[in-house]
Design a protein around this ligand. Structure first.
Ligand code: HEC
Ligand code: HEC
Length: 289
């Protein structure tokens, strides 16, 4: 009797497992079919459903919270910092987020999800979280990463300014943000010399943050395998860069920082690559045999 019951139990478990497996396979086939037929509408004129949007937003908040946990926040009260942050914000953020009395540009209005005014950002995020978001961007949303565009100090300046934003009237904003533009140019100094050893993980990041992978297929960098520029696989084995310069790391830096200076009318644009980022990328490209 005991043995019989045991067998029954085993059979039941087997049936349950087989059913779960069949359902899982059905689910995968169903999802694949849904994707293959093209049912999902990727148009930006279609909003996310409210529950989907709420889940995505919640996931974003939780992710930001975790990833920013160990960042030390510097003092943010310095008035000069706030003012520098205001010019940085006006130059880089207003087109999508708007400002007191300033609507976002058409780019910002046409995005899905819609970037909101950041006047309430400090209610929702700790300063270190605002720093993290600004530095790394938000994947799948259109919020750009500024790590390769602004210095670390400038990102904190912007955060210091975001704390001031809720107190600014539409009259006060332009007074704070605009006249200083000339006095405090905002953006990484592209001429800072490389002071450190090349950083390979950062190089891979730079290769997509400078949009290289939009034109080149590059080993180790995710892309849609574009055919605009030549594939960079095997680059280290080539004798010349773009058929013009002897292929050394120093020459690669020269090419990356000014392709049109090396080869007038080349289709590869000047991407305003800093010395330090070019050195990182050159070191990585030199490993592609
Ligand atoms: C190209 C458009 C664009 C630009 C430029 C831009 N952002 Fe964003 N930003 C977005 C989008 C899209 C989101 C996501 C909105 C969402 O998920 O609801 C976002 C979200 C954010 C958030 C999270 C706030 C929230 O309520 O979701 C912060 C903080 C932020 N951006 C700061 C900045 C700063 C600072 C700058 C300038 C250095 C900037 N952004 C420039 C598009 C942009
Ligand atoms: C808009 C498209 C585009 C972007 C963006 C771009 N490139 Fe290019 N790249 C090209 C084209 C086109 C060529 C061929 C140029 C020529 O021979 O005149 C080229 C040539 C090169 C070469 C020489 C290849 C060889 O076989 O000799 C290297 C190396 C290179 N690019 C690296 C980069 C890196 C690194 C970046 C990012 C900083 C980048 N490219 C961004 C289009 C692009």
């Amino acid at each position: 009797m005991r043995v019989h019951n045991g067998l029954n139990f085993m059979n039941r478990i087997r049936t349950i497992l087989a059913t779960i497996a069949a359902l899982a396979i059905l689910g995968v086939v169903g999802a694949a079919g849904f994707i293959w037929v093209g049912f999902y509408n990727v148009g930006a004129t279609r909003q996310h459903l409210q529950p989907v949007y709420s889940v995505l937003e919640f996931a974003m908040h939780r992710s930001v919270r975790l990833h920013a946990l160990n960042i030390d926040t510097p003092p943010l009260e310095d008035e000069a910092m706030v003012r520098r942050g205001a010019t940085c914000f006006d130059a880089n953020c207003v087109q999508c987020h708007g400002a007191p009395g300033v609507a976002q540009d058409d780019i910002g209005k046409s995005m899905q999800p819609l970037p909101g005014p950041l006047v309430d950002a400090t209610q929702n995020f700790h300063p270190r979280e605002l720093y993290w978001i600004t530095r790394h961007g938000i994947r799948l949303s259109g919020m750009p990463a500024w790590e390769f565009r602004l210095t670390d100090g400038e990102i904190w300046d912007v955060v210091a300014f975001l704390r001031r934003l809720p107190m600014l009237t539409p009259q006060a904003y332009p007074e704070m943000a605009r006249p200083q533009l000339a006095a405090f140019p905002c953006g990484r100094d592209v001429n800072i010399a490389a002071m450190r050893a090349p950083d390979v993980p950062r190089a891979k990041q730079a290769l997509y943050q400078y949009a290289c992978s939009a034109c080149h297929t590059i080993p180790g960098v995710t892309s849609s395998f574009p055919n605009v520029g030549p594939p960079l696989a095997g680059l280290a084995s080539r004798t010349l860069i773009a058929g013009t310069l002897p292929n050394t790391q120093d020459n690669m830096v020269i090419w990356l920082r000014g392709p049109n200076k090396v080869k007038p009318h080349t289709a590869m644009p000047d991407l305003r690559v800093t010395q330090e980022d070019a050195a990182d990328m050159a070191a990585y490209l030199a490993t592609l045999r």
